[in-house]
Design a protein around this ligand. Sequence first.
Ligand SMILES: Cc1ncc(COP(=O)(O)O)c(C=O)c1O
Length: 413
Amino acid sequence: MTIGLEGDTSASLRARPIDVSAERSRTIGAAGRHYFNAAGSGLMTDAVIEAMVLHLRLEQRMGGYEAATLRAPELAAGYEAAAALLGARPDEIAFFDSATSGLRAVFDALRLGDGDTVLAPRSSYVSQALRMLALSRYDGVRLRIIETDGTGAMDLDALESELASAPGRTVISAVHIPTSSGLVEPVAEIGALGRRYGALTVLDATQSVGHLEIDVTLLDCDALVTTGRKYVRGPRGTGFVYLRAGMLDGIGGWAPDVRGSVWTGAEEWTMDDTARRLETWEFSVAARLGLGVALGEAIERGAAQTEAHLVSSGTRLRDGLADIAGVSVTDPRASPSGLVTFTVDGVAGKGVSAQLREARIDSISVPAGHAQWDLGARGLASVVRVSPHVYNDDDDTAALLRHVAGIAREASR
Ligand SMILES: Cc1ncc(COP(=O)(O)O)c(C=O)c1O
């Protein structure tokens, strides 16, 4: 597997723009549809699929454990690729089957309880918000939702005043880009404030890895959690976590598993001193290998180029949608990302998505139930979300804008 680690920092590669037609030619799903759902599940390339199918055939012929042994070098390269994409070290990476599993493992490891505080943004994702609400309801954790500023992002002054007055151990549950809008939270500033006040920052980067250029050392976070299937364009059932090396010090008494622990005596065990101590024994080797290929492709493509391309795609879509009568762009002002949300007067989000699907345009309707602290608080029952990736071309954009205009026109009659 090539992971392109050497070449990606060279000046020539940094300057290379995204080659949309090359991306389309290796992405069969981009043909015949206008696919705008990378924020749900990005389209995989042929190479990702081939790596997985090849491995399943190998398992069929020689057995699952034996096939995994044969693929040990590629599995190890997956840690290097994930680390390279995040600016981390391979021993700071752990793989999971989703971002939520990763977040749960990190929060379980922290063993928060009575008197501890969790500070959360309005942009929190449903599963993490429910986890925090459960911690508050059942374990006595103080949960504080930080208000937004005039741009829609987390209010840093409000965060600082909560940090200054929090009585016990404090964790900031930060979000980079939410599920419910194109907002980009000021995560570097959030991490720096956390550091200044001795709080840990756990960053949900599910919608930003493979989308924005990320360097965990600049973001100052203690843990970062993401999924494989969205902007990284890996298979479903994959996710990974960055755990800052020192982050593991003093925490270790949660659900040990044979993957990351050794049962050394009747009542004794030791734990791996890398992030892998959070992993569980069983995983889909085929999916992990597919993710490894997708990570390598994301690195080769260039995180900075991808970010520039997707941000400008998002801006073009927002501008185009804002020009359509009866359509409201619902992204807050602080939204320089490729993820775009909108509503159409008189048509529920689901209805808009269903009508777009008839024209072979894939979008998704995000209900308030996925983001109550954001959409619910803004009085939005649902929004339509469109999320282009590097395989979308001008024809896709034109088709989307034309059909949204048609839906809005029809609804106004
Ligand atoms: C911001 C955000 N966080 C977390 C998740 C959960 O990711 P997963 O389904 O991989 O657990 C999502 C999924 O859409 C998301 O958008």
